[in-house]
Ligand binder design. Sequence first.
Ligand code: ATP
Ligand code: MG
Length: 534
Amino acid sequence: MGKIQILPESIVGKIAAGEVVERPASVVKELIENSIDAGANSISVYIKNFGIAEIKVIDDGEGIASEDVLLAFQRHATSKIKDDRDLIRISSLGFRGEALYSIARVSKIKIITQHITENTGTEAYFVAGTLKWQKPAVTKGTTIQITDLFFNTPVRRKFLKSSYTEKAHIIETFQNYCVAYPEISFSLFIDEEEILNIPRADTIYERVLQIFGSEIVETLKFKTISKDYYKIELFIGEKPKEKYKKLQLIFVNRRPVREQSIVSTIYKAFKLNYPQFLIFITVPPQDVDFNVHPAKKEVRFRNCQKIHQLIFKMAEFQYKSSMVAEETVQWQADSSYLEQISVFSADSAEFEFLNLGDSIVVVKQPQGVIFLDYHAAHERVNFEKILNKMKEKIAKLVFPVIVNLSSDDYVLIKENLQMLQELGIEAHDFGKNSIIIRAVPEIIQYADIAGIIESIAVTIKEEIDKPDFIEIKRKIAATIACHSSLRANDRINCFEIKALLQELKKTSDPDHCPHGRPIKKFFSINEIKKWFSR
Ligand SMILES: Nc1ncnc2c1ncn2[C@@H]1O[C@H](COP(=O)(O)OP(=O)(O)OP(=O)(O)O)[C@@H](O)[C@H]1O
Ligand SMILES: [Mg+2]
């Protein structure tokens, strides 16, 4: 007897839903896209219990005609394409008619909508995709309220990450559309708290400013290039090193996407160590295929080469203008620095060192020389002190520090105040995306506390999938150590070097900084002699 059978519709729906609705943020993405396609000027999103209890999206778009409401929840039901010619020049965000169908299968949905040309609208309620009731209603635009997400797919629910990971994904998704659609006003509420509320803006520049703040935007340069209906707009800069948060966003025809080849081209073309960028690529709709990923997160370009060439062209312009000047200045500074190399000596001949700049010193020892990275050495020493007695010596801050954070970092930090407490940082929620710090381990009381908190948020985000708290604590201690350690430009004297070398000996790994980079290299006199065949 044959064993192949056609799956019942109820199972097919759940499988499809798995592809489109991976997590609460996917629902947010699909609903926002629908609102944008409906021509909304304003979109509000409400989340409860990281999207599991409720996701509600309210828009003021064109609404759905009464006769179409039930159709919208059927598979492959879309108003956006009609034939295969439309499919190759898609200008809307949606096109498969699958999102509402898939979401409905794994949740309970209430929709209230009214088409702009009609006098009455519709309210309807579905459970697992089945219509439970429907009645006339009067409204403007569309409100879709999803409750009890994944109630009938418990395994998927179980596979969700922690609540703050899911929230961070939601905020990130939300922000991406805010960036791409400055002409729309957006607001986001999570558990009744306003996370973001941004009025419409006239330009992408203004919107980027609204979302990321002037401190970040000032580090970015704006560049644009266009050729044969291809256009690239780029905000690019070097990430301030002490702030690890990565900002690298790619939009293709206003759709946020992941595209590794573009990231690597930007690295290659601009030759920056830690580039941060927002790139907006506009190509004719027929030259790009979004139909390669179930959640449309990836793209295939017809002419990938062209995009890469344009990015390289932009980078060339940059070298011809400002960068050349910057490089020259840098070079001059370096050479004059070389002339100033100084040999200090303390305790007579016993302690001589040569400062090579960039935190490297060469220290004379009885048996040879040590090349020492004093920033890395200090990091190791501080790291162990912090890790071991983080809570031993706490300094109450006379002037508490208020740290303003991006919305996603704010959520993460707020949920981890207890962990900060364990690290000796007394922090409290201060509302409106800010945290107040009242006490810190003594060792960091004069350090850049805001920078430390931001880096901690990044660390928590990176480690979130591996709930290894010891590792998180180690990473946070490393971050704090890095922030509170001597910098390349800090002056160091022979006494400090001596003390540092002594302290270093007491640590568990005097050869590596907490990030794993080497701290020192010793060359014995005998080894050096061999270089000269002696
Ligand atoms: N907020 C909304 N305002 C107006 N119409 C909507 C809204 N949401 C959905 N619709 C209508 O319902 C249809 C089905 O939506 P759905 O998201 O399932 O499919 P789609 O957007 O056409 O394609 P995709 O599955 O790629 O998102 C849409 O084509 C649109 O006509
Ligand atoms: Mg859609």
